[in-house]
Design a protein around this ligand. Structure first.
Ligand code: NAD
Ligand code: ZN
Ligand code: ZN
Length: 384
């Protein structure tokens, strides 16, 4: 089959690989119809995630058709069209039982901090991902969810990560009616978090990034205010000033460890690797939220340390909430929202790229070329 193949930092290519096989009775093999490239893949692509092995296939956002099932799979049958959450979860451990499906204790034998994620290095379990024609899906009775009648593939594929993560960012922010929400990052996740903030009763939503085309997209799609931090002397002062010097009620970090905007963070985090990436957006979020406010983090940070202003967290009485999205927990209500037209995920898709051109797609998404918001990869075998 064709599959994306990681060759080292900023080097990916398309290759032939063996079609995966059932390795455990609870596995299924899924034929991929759509897969996406995510901001999270850029951390791998840039070589910033420990134990990202040459030869691995990325891709944690995919939908497809069940091709084969193991002898212990009972809820799926061959031919089912499925949304596959990006988290791999066993459904039985203490954390899965609390619906913390992103924090499964069983699926990742390589670490205790992070659960397993498709195509996300050996730190996240060492499973191959969906930027390929076929994927092996473990615990197939737990994650995969049948795509409802009438929902198209493009909407479905964004339910594997972008919609639940954006929604959970807003949910964790504990937004109260009328709150001012400031979101750092206008990638697909920040844009979705801005859209979902209104659903929780926000009174004002502000998004901050450095890419004008993304800010313009957010203004239209999320109906929010959007500002470029390159035009600001200090984003923290900007937020304070626009909130009568109180600070935002809640701030969302939808950037993570590859943030731009601060030379010290960039040099120590992204060039010298003295910390696990640059925590610039998190820094700004902590410093621009009001006293007693909430900072919600969905931007990804590595397992090692980051320079963050923890003293300000204590002195301002800030609550920090963070996690990988629990996709399975959120799917029922988000499928409803998509079917009722409250969230329109596929409008985020700006590029539809043949899987064979995966290397170009990575370059375009990574370098923010051609006004790219979200690229979707289509395998040659994606016929129905
Ligand atoms: N927690 C989860 O479950 C989960 C799921 C998906 C993605 N993520 C993470 O969310 C983050 C965003 O994902 P994405 O797909 O939108 O990525 P993306 O790379 O497309 O977007 C990130 C945006 O942040 C902007 N940015 C850079 N520095 C900034 C700063 N200092 N302040 C404000 N904006 C800044 C960039 O210009 C870019 O537009 C990534 O870290 C990704 O790994 C987390
Ligand atoms: Zn993703
Ligand atoms: Zn589990």
């Amino acid at each position: 089959m064709l599959a994306m193949n990681y060759r080292g930092p900023k080097r990916v290519r398309i290759d032939q690989k063996p079609i995966p096989e059932i390795l455990h009775p609870e596995d299924a093999i899924v034929r991929v119809v759509r897969s996406c490239i995510c901001g999270s893949d850029l951390h791998l692509y840039n070589g910033n995630v420990p134990d990202t092995r040459v030869g691995s296939t990325f891709g944690h956002e995919f939908v497809g058709i069940v091709e084969e099932i193991g002898s212990d799979v009972h809820k799926l049958k061959v031919g089912d069209k499925v949304i596959v959450p990006f988290n791999i979860s066993c459904g039985r451990c203490a954390f899965c039982k609390q619906e913390l499906y992103g924090n499964c204790h069983e699926s990742n034998s390589q670490a205790t901090a992070v659960g397993a994620i498709f195509g996300y290095s050996h730190t996240a379990g060492g499973y191959n991902g969906g930027q390929a024609e076929y994927v092996r899906v473990p615990y197939a009775d737990v994650g995969p969810t049948i795509i409802p009648e009438g929902m198209d593939w493009d909407d479905a594929v964004l339910l594997t990560d972008v919609v639940p993560t954006g929604y959970q960012a807003a949910e964790m922010a504990g937004i109260q009616k009328g709150d001012t929400v400031v979101i750092f990052g206008a990638g697909p996740i920040g844009i979705m978090a801005a859209r979902c903030s209104w659903l929780f009763g926000a009174g004002r939503v502000i998004i901050i990034d450095k890419e004008d085309y993304r800010l313009e997209f957010a203004r239209n799609y999320s109906q929010c205010e959007a500002y470029n931090f390159m035009d600001m002397e200090d984003p923290v002062v900007f937020v304070k000033k626009t909130t009568d010097w109180m600070g935002a009620d809640v701030c969302i970090d939808a950037v993570g460890a590859e943030a731009a905007g601060n030379v010290l963070q960039t040099i120590t985090g992204r060039k010298l690797l003295l910390q696990a990436g640059s925590a610039t957006a998190l820094h700004w979020a902590i410093n621009s939220v009001k006293k007693g406010g909430i900072v919600s983090i969905v931007g990804v940070y590595g397992p090692t340390d980051n320079l963050v202003p923890i003293g300000n967290v204590v002195n301002k009485g800030i609550t920090i909430r963070a996690n990988q999205a629990s996709v399975k927990r959120l799917l029922p209500r988000l499928i409803d929202h998509v079917q009722n037209g409250i969230i329109k995920p596929k409008q985020l898709i700006t590029h539809r790229v043949p899987l064979e051109e995966v290397a170009d797609a990575y370059r375009m998404f990574s370098e923010k070329l051609d006004n790219c918001i979200k690229p979707v990869l289509i395998p040659p075998s994606a016929h129905e």
